[in-house]
Design a protein around this ligand. Sequence first.
Ligand code: HSE
Length: 424
Amino acid sequence: MDKKIKIGLIGLGTVGSGVFKTLKNFDNIEIVKIAVKNINKPRNIEGLDASLLTADPYEIVNNPEIDIIAELIGRLNPAFDLIAKAIENGKHIVTANKELLAKRGEELFRIAEKYNKVILYEAAIAGGIPIIMPIKTILAGNKINHIEAIVNGTTNYILTKMDVEGAQYSDVLKEAQKLGYAEADPTGDVEGFDAAYKIATLASITFNKRINIENVYREGITKIRAEDMKAANDLGYKIKLIASAYLNTNGQADVRVHPMLVSKKSTLAHIDYVTNAVSLSGYPVGSITLSGPGAGEFPTASSVVGDILAIAAELKISDYILPMMRCRHSENAVMTDISETTNKYYISINAKNNKGVIGKIGTICADNDISLASIVQRCVSDDNTADITVITELVQEKNMQNAIKLIEQDGNKVNSLIRVQVQK
Ligand code: HSE
């Protein structure tokens, strides 16, 4: 029988347990050690021998027997030090750590190249959806310059519930926390950090350039109101948290995360609850959307195990892992600041119901080179204010921001400014 490939797992939480349970079925793989935080915690995992557990991850990192380490603890520290040392010790790495890749991936990939090792991370972008390996391998002949994706299940769940139930954000968040869909501190998800880490790494692979996470524009979903959902629906849209990356003709990258009105006819409008999806446009392939479970024990384990098996298969042949799996870029992307971008906008304004108010808003927009696609006055409240909903044509972000300032200075309240999907 062939030599077994030896694996060390760092982390035995939700994903780690799924990886353990899945890998048990492969005869050519042997899990030799698993590092956990609390060695005495009761765990109901069939086939888990307590002698596999250690509280010291360096027992794995420094174990000369181990070929591949799967890091499944998340966060920057101690994950960075563990992975760096493991590579120096000759291990290949599989990780699901989006924050680490987005913030310190460059350093890790440099170390991996120096030591002729690979870091694979299919699970870090959209859980169970295969996207990294397809882009690196079977789509390698494409020039991909456009990605729009839903890569955060928590926020997609909240937005779907708001849409279906007409509920406000804070009520749905509370319910999502009770059901375990949102964390007690939901900041990482609802403010768009998680999606920003994912799109930064995905864009790096897609554009073959390093994307500095500091230059990824990020806006979360906390300001979205039930009224916006309703207005968007009436206008033929859904509101989704979209992570996007565009490469313009000058080679500049525009990478961002923000809520977006997407046409009800678009594929992403139909991705609901915790499901994730990645849409990309490439030449020669055209448009592709991959959708599926973006998180959870077994979907994420599917991607981690796929990466482990890919490395294991290569190790049978040679110690030099398939070049296509490696990090192949070192150049930093020139990135476009959001103020320099051109977008369509949905604006919800609460205005005094005075004569000429719509005319004044129209004039401010015209003065700022903003052309309007539609303007609708929805209702007049008891306090004699009216809700005015505007959809613009394509306009410069900085002109839009200037107009918003002037509309507010004129005594109106701008409740929402949400970008609208542009079919590219
Ligand atoms: N918190 C993420 C989500 C899953 O809600 O999609 C892990 O990346």
